[in-house]
Write a protein that binds this ligand. Structure first.
Ligand SMILES: [Fe+2]
Length: 196
């Protein structure tokens, strides 16, 4: 394996990733509109700004290796975005759709983390330290975006289970007003939880 082969592999993956990021720049505004949870809308908007900067960073990397900044259709990203779109069409705006969108967005982030990890390793092998730094920066942003999505999903799960408990409590209050106090216990933070 020659340095030249490595260089070609690097540029090919760079072009694939460049196209993937550009597809994402187009898709994210639509995702932000389809989301219901405010935190999720904000996270998607933030990631759009980040993704635009990532496109610019890739253009800098193209400059470093002396290749024209030209994308090559990334089928992986296309497929992931198509699946994400299906989720939007299948669910009405609300918690379920948000969770489906988060699942899709996390697949996108992991796909990108894998691509940037490989690009960074190739840049290290090619002694392109400036490129390594740029690629590392993006990889870190993708990882942070992934963690943020997990955090938002947890908030949605918690609010859904709280709402369900409130509903159960109300039902019990209606059916057996005298028994409710006996089957309830005080949970953390003073929230009333139903004993199971
Ligand atoms: Fe990205």
């Amino acid at each position: 394996m020659t340095q030249e082969t490595l260089h070609e592999t690097f540029v090919a993956l760079l072009r694939d990733t460049y196209d993937a990021e550009k597809q994402l720049v187009k898709a994210l505004p639509k995702l932000a509109k389809a989301a219901d949870n405010e935190e999720l809308v904000e996270a998607i908007r933030n990631h759009l700004a980040e993704t635009e900067a990532q496109v610019t960073r890739l253009e800098e990397v193209f400059g470093i290796v002396g290749a024209p900044a030209k994308g090559k259709a990334c089928k992986g990203m296309k497929g992931l975005l198509e699946e994400g779109n299906e989720a939007i069409q299948e669910e009405d705006k609300g918690e379920l759709r948000d969770l489906a969108m988060i699942a899709g967005a996390q697949k996108v982030e992991h796909y990108e983390i894998a691509a940037y990890g490989t690009l960074r390793t190739l840049a290290e092998q090619l002694d392109l330290s400036d490129a390594v730094e740029l690629l590392q920066q993006t990889e870190d942003e993708e990882k942070a975006a992934d963690s943020k999505l997990t955090e938002i999903a947890m908030t949605i799960y918690e609010s859904a289970s709280d709402a369900e408990e409130d509903e159960e409590d109300e039902e019990e209050d209606e059916e057996q007003p005298a028994r409710t106090t006996a089957v309830k216990s005080r949970g953390e933070g003073g929230k009333t939880r139903t004993a199971r």
